[in-house]
Write a protein that binds this ligand. Structure first.
Ligand SMILES: Nc1ncnc2c1ncn2[C@@H]1O[C@H](COP(=O)(O)OP(=O)(O)OP(=O)(O)O)[C@@H](O)[C@H]1O
Length: 228
């Protein structure tokens, strides 16, 4: 099914069930969500309401038990592993609460990582990674390893890495949760300015009221459903 071109991602009637032994948990129970190009959107809700599960499904990291996802106008086929990997690599970026940088690589090598699977030349890769590290204010930290950087700086590297493949949408799971409030505010300023500058859509989950305030769009999850 084709969807309108201003829509970055749409999901309909998503269900996710986790089963273990005789018990199971319905983490998502019929979620509909639309992210338009250029959105700066937040997903909030109490612990256990399904925020991470929803981000994992929208990030094509896990398949739903039921429901459909359209990304960049294409219906996602969860069985087509290679096409799924390619779609994820080319159209999505990820930021995690715990930064998830590779400790033995420098900041610039971490940012270049998503480009290694593309046909881009090494000089072009380096140029893109440099320009993104510059954009996140880390031009003077390119050769530092993650442990030589502060938490806020590490998360900036992660934001640069998420954007290096020029994705349509960045999914960020509690991106400010490991940061103090001042650093969290600076990271949000940065994400917001990159959102405006590059037109990349952002969807981030959060518990933090200050993060929620910045969002143009707010989705509230409760017990596996999005509240109207
Ligand atoms: N891999 C898994 N196996 C089994 N149950 C899971 C798994 N992942 C999540 N769940 C369950 O699904 C429900 C939703 O979890 P999820 O992590 O999506 O919530 P959340 O809103 O992100 O919570 P938090 O804010 O605490 O991170 C919870 O009841 C959780 O225990």
């Amino acid at each position: 099914m084709a969807v309108e071109s201003s829509i970055a991602l749409r999901a309909s009637n998503l269900h996710k069930l986790y089963a273990f032994g005789e018990t199971s948990v319905a983490a998502l129970r019929g979620v509909d969500i639309t992210i338009e190009q250029g959105d700066f959107a937040a997903l909030c809700g109490p612990s256990g309401s399904g925020k991470s599960t929803l981000l994992n499904l929208l990030g094509l990291l896990e398949p739903p038990n039921q429901g459909e996802i359209w990304l960049d106008g294409q219906t996602v086929d969860h069985g087509a592993t290679e096409a799924l990997d390619q779609l994820r690599r080319n159209r999505l970026g990820f930021v995690f609460q715990s930064f998830n940088l590779v400790p033995v690589l420098s900041a610039i090598e971490n940012v270049e990582l998503p480009l290694l699977m593309t046909s881009m030349s090494s000089s072009e890769r380096r140029k893109r990674a440099e320009s993104l590290l510059d954009a996140v204010g880390l031009a003077d930290r390119m050769s530092h390893r993650p442990k030589q950087l502060s938490g806020g700086q590490q998360q900036r590297v992660a934001v640069a890495r998420a954007l290096v493949n020029a994705p349509l949408l960045v999914l960020a799971d509690e991106p400010t949760a490991s940061l103090d409030s001042q650093t969290a505010a600076q990271l949000l300023d940065l994400m917001q300015s990159l959102n405006r500058q590059l037109g990349t859509a952002f969807l981030f989950s959060t518990h933090d009221a200050r993060v929620v305030e910045r969002a143009q769009k707010l989705f509230t999850l409760s017990d596996g459903r999005i509240l109207a």
